[in-house]
Design a protein around this ligand. Structure first.
Ligand code: GDP
Length: 600
């Protein structure tokens, strides 16, 4: 038997695919569990069916859960297929066919917690893929004083609350509406929304008590029926097309792929083309597997085989040669087409997901093609060049790639939602490759940016420490304590900071004549390393004889090498004090009267 909810209604209308997204702990899993659990027991006619990676809720069940809200005779779509997003694989569900695998999404937001990094990330991806969505404002039962109404529609539950509770909830809901507005989405409480294409509907729900779940299903069903019916008209009997959700080792079957089928039909024996990490895979379906009904779970086998499957559904495909298959990659049944045409089609789709790489840049790893693409977009926006981008965990091979860059700051691997092999971690440390991992894209980008800034700052400081600084000082009248070897004189620093061991000279015309090196500085009998503008100290200068090479009253300059003057003017100007800047400008101006390109 084909285990579709589809067949009962219209042969050529497939079930819309729904993705559930949101920040960790905001209730995605609970909401799916609620939708699954609140309904007819599996096995009964028209009941919910558990797919691999998805749950199908047929129209009858939607109608039953929604109570009076949905009249099944007004609908001809067969129901809804919810993708059970494993962990954080959600971006996979948002990419396929150059757009999104999901036809519609639920963005789950905890009313207490509001928008969080993964909420914003999900919104960005929804925006990029143009996926329509509704917001489930979850955990309304946690509003203090809440009077729970198990599985009731929103209106009924609202009426059961006190004014104060209702007001608190409204405040939370309007905060979410405000957040959506900040992201450029106009939204409102769903019962006020006339056109769901123009406004995002916000639905208060509790995944714990089931309140609002009838409304959520009603809105989803209504949205799909009203705006997506045309997209759902497919040739269900045609060759199957889908997207890999996960690649998994399965005892007795080897490497298998969990696939969401969004078009056509697939059968055991079909030749399929699957996107791979290196080469496109052409293989033959050995078995189509679905989870065993709950009651039979204790049996040693977790799966049972099906002999045909139609879109939309989730299925595990067992076939040879799937080791290199990629999460997020396309799967196509060849059918009566030329296999080369299908290969071309799959490769074209993969190419569209290909990340633009450059000769020099960071290495990027992600858990699925979809997330890799999302990473690439974020990195492009942040102007971070990418040298290599691949699906998979961080392996020693990646470290080797990262060490080939010239720019130290590109010696980095950014991993989204991936693991790091222990030997890769060790290798990275040995080779000085910086590893960044996170399950929020923009935090990864942020962490990397911070690292680069920190490095640049350190480099600037290192340069700064080694750079000679401008200063101008005057030998005071009647303050010659020693003529030469070394000369010891009283001076006043006119601008800048005079340091020990700096060469000094006097300007003759527009050229500086080196007279010697400041060896020591004494301030009231104490040796000091440096002295600021405005202060009077005695200095010892190696080289000159006072009265012959220099005189009392003469103005001396630190004889800045041209290179140092250039770095100061071009890179460090902001970091030096005003009086030093003034000394630098005077110094450069004098030199440039002679040679306009001096220090440029
Ligand atoms: P996910 O990470 O988004 O899948 O979040 P979970 O579904 O795992 O939920 C995270 C936590 O919040 C769990 O402890 C849930 O029991 C709790 N939770 C989820 N939804 C609700 C809700 O509507 N009300 C309350 N009180 N708790 C909830």
């Amino acid at each position: 038997m084909s285990e579709q909810a589809n067949s009962s209604t219209n042969q050529n209308l497939r079930t819309p695919i729904v993705a559930v997204l949101g920040h960790v702990d905001h209730g995605k899993t609970s909401l799916l569990d609620k939708i699954r659990g609140s309904t007819v027991i599996e096995g009964e006619a028209g009941a919910i069916t558990q797919h691999i990676g998805a749950t199908a809720v047929p129209l009858d069940v939607v109608s039953q859960v929604a109570g009076g809200l949905v009249d099944p005779t007004e609908f001809d779509l067969p129901g809804l297929l919810f993708i059970d997003t494993p962990g954080h694989h959600s971006f996979t569900t948002l990419r396929a066919r150059g757009g999104a695998l999901a036809d519609i999404a639920i963005l789950v937001v905890d009313v207490n917690d509001g928008f969080q990094p993964q909420t914003e990330e999900a919104i960005r991806i929804l925006k990029e893929t143009g996926t329509p969505f509704v917001v489930a404002a979850n955990k309304i039962d946690t509003v203090p004083g809440w009077n729970p109404q198990e599985d009731a529609p929103v209106q009924q539950t609202y009426e059961a609350q006190s004014d104060r509770v209702r007001q608190s909830l409204d405040e939370e809901l309007y905060r979410i509406i405000g957040n959506l507005s900040d992201e450029g989405f106009s939204s409102d409480l769903y019962w006020r929304v006339q056109d769901f294409r123009a406004n995002i509907g916000v639905i208060p729900v509790s995944a714990k008590t089931g309140e609002g779940v009838p409304d959520l299903l009603t809105v989803l069903m209504g949205l799909a029926q009203r705006y997506m019916k045309e997209d759902m008209e497919i040739n269900l009997a045609g060759p199957g097309a889908g997207t890999v959700l996960e690649v998994k080792e399965e005892q007795g079957y080897g490497t298998t792929i969990d696939v969401i089928l969004y078009d056509g039909t697939i059968r055991p024996g079909d030749t399929v083309v699957v996107g791979g990490g290196n080469d496109t895979i052409v293989t033959e379906v050995r078995a189509l597997l679905k989870p065993k009904a709950l009651a039979e779970m204790r049996a040693e086998k977790r799966f049972e085989q099906v002999d045909e499957l139609r879109a939309a559904s989730g299925v595990k495909i067992a076939a040879p040669d799937l080791d290199d298959a990629m999460a997020g990659a396309p799967v196509r049944v060849v059918g009566d087409r030329d296999v080369d045409d299908v290969i071309e089609e799959v490769e074209a789709e993969l190419a569209s997901a290909q990340v633009e790489t450059e000769e020099e840049g960071v290495v990027v790893k992600a858990d699925t093609l979809g997330s890799l693409e999302a990473m690439a977009n974020a990195l492009e926006a942040a102007e971070i060049p990418v040298m290599r981008a691949e699906v998979g965990d961080i392996a020693p091979r990646d470290i080797a790639v990262a060490t080939t860059v010239n720019d130290e700051s590109h010696r980095a691997i950014l991993g989204f939602n991936v693991d790091v092999y222990p030997d890769a971690e060790q290798r990275a440390e040995e080779k000085g490759v910086h590893l960044f991992t996170n399950d929020v894209i923009y935090q990864l980008v942020d962490d990397y940016d911070t690292f680069v800034e920190e490095r640049e700052r350190e480099q600037r400081e290192a340069v700064f420490d080694n750079i000679m600084r401008p200063a101008r000082f005057q030998i005071l009248q009647d303050h010659v304590f020693r003529q030469n070897d070394p000369a010891v004189v009283g001076v006043e620093v006119l601008s800048g900071t005079l340091k020990r061991n700096t060469p000094v000279g006097v300007f003759e015309g527009n050229d500086i004549r080196r007279v010697g090196t400041v060896k020591g500085i004494q301030d009231q009998g104490e040796d000091v390393d440096e002295v600021r503008a405005g202060e009077r100290v005695s200095v010892s200068i190696d080289g000159p004889t006072i009265g012959r090479d220099v005189d009392e009253g003469d103005e001396l300059w630190v004889d800045l090498p041209e290179k140092h003057a250039k770095v100061l003017e071009q890179e460090l100007l902001e970091e030096i004090p005003m009086d030093e800047r003034e000394a630098l400008h005077m110094f450069l101006e004098t030199h440039r009267k002679r040679d306009p390109f001096w220090g440029k």
